[in-house]
Design a binder for this molecule. Structure first.
Ligand SMILES: Cc1ncc(COP(=O)(O)O)c(C=O)c1O
Length: 344
């Protein structure tokens, strides 16, 4: 008999505000394979990677330990010989929250571009900043890295298509930080396939909204994924019994996002509804928002409300809530349906 560890009220520490794996994920670990992934022998990992490639319409996929690793190795695999630049949204995760990895891993400079509509980059924003000239003093743009969702905001498929068509005509590569692409899909913006096919590499995360304890996937061409695999190994990211992780990632995908490319019946839809409910409630009470709530994130304008982060935390605690700052991320949790996530 398989003995699965139980997630209990003790495991779910009071005040925990990040996602936790479900019972089904833990049970999947007990039934997984324990072969060595560095030697490409683990059937759970191999089949999961193949499924992810099919789901996104790419040739190949590689499991990564984190979204940061997946973004960074995706970019690294697309960039071979400096000088070059990566053009991206000025608010992007790869600029602000990946410990300067683009500079150290690829030697690229970053070209941050401000979204003129305040929500997402347009082709015109990008055309105004991309460096296509090979003039000796320039560091030419080689990759456009988009993020969807970004701060919970959806990048429309039509705009992605315009950018991708233009970029590919100009010989530029396209990377997507799709850590939270699931949310755009569930909100009805387009399917996984429709978005993923516009990019040379895509990062998708199983932690955060889908609830796996860790793990991300990078999809791309066979050639690109082979480069990423080599570099993953070089920085110590080669995993031996990776089946432990890929088994949980598969459950997180199937149970939380759903099994198709459209996120039909996805549990994430309820998180979006809950986020909208919270946003509306805040506004009804006279509060202002820092931006629209399109998926699972709510940004409270606490400055306009005249309260500091510390005060927000105190007031929340008095009302039995754990809120650390003005960004609220609503996610699914089996034991208590909706909860607040701290940081991704
Ligand atoms: C949009 C986005 N990209 C990348 C990451 C990085 O993922 P990880 O924390 O797994 O490295 C995050 C994390 O929250 C994210 O929100």
């Amino acid at each position: 008999m398989l003995l699965a560890p139980r997630i209990t009220e003790h495991t779910l520490h009071k005040g925990d505000i990040v996602t936790v794996p479900t019972q089904e994920m833990l049970e999947a670990v007990l039934k997984t394979t324990f072969k060595d992934d560095v030697y490409r022998e683990d059937s759970t990992t191999e089949s999961f990677q193949a499924e992810m490639a099919t789901l996104t319409g790419h040739e190949d996929a590689i499991f990564m330990l984190s979204g940061t690793m997946s973004n960074q190795l995706g970019l690294r695999a697309l960039l071979m010989q400096p000088p070059y630049s990566v053009l991206t949204d000025s608010r992007g995760h790869i600029i602000h929250y990946e410990a300067g990895g683009v500079a150290s891993l690829t030697g690229a400079s970053l070209q941050p571009v401000v979204a003129s509509n305040g929500k997402y980059l347009t082709l015109e924003d990008i055309q105004g900043k991309a460096v296509l000239d090979e003039y000796v003093q320039y560091s030419p743009t080689r990759v456009i890295s988009l993020e969807n969702t970004l701060n919970g905001l959806i990048m429309p498929l039509e705009e992605v298509r315009r950018i991708s068509t233009w970029a590919h005509q100009k010989g530029l590569k396209m990377h997507l930080d799709g850590a939270r692409l699931w949310d755009a899909v569930v909100a009805g913006a387009g399917s996984l396939l429709e978005y993923a096919r516009e990019f040379d590499t895509v990062n998708l995360c199983f932690s955060k909204g889908l609830g796996a304890p860790l793990g991300s996937i990078l999809v791309g061409s066979k050639k690109t994924i082979a480069v990423a695999r080599k570099i993953r190994q070089s920085i110590g990211g080669g995993m031996h019994q990776a089946g432990v992780l890929t088994a949980m990632a598969r459950v997180s995908l199937n149970a939380t996002f759903g099994t198709g490319v459209n996120g039909k019946g996805s549990l994430l839809a309820q998180s979006h509804k809950n986020a909208k409910y919270i946003a509306d409630l805040w506004v009804r009470l006279g509060g202002k928002l820092l931006g629209p709530t399109e998926t699972c994130m709510v940004f409270l304008d606490i400055k306009a409300a005249g309260i500091s982060r510390i005060r927000l935390e105190e007031l929340s605690a008095q009302n039995g809530l754990v809120i650390k700052n003005e960004r609220l991320v609503v996610h699914y949790r089996k034991s208590c349906q909706a909860d607040f996530e701290r940081d991704g």
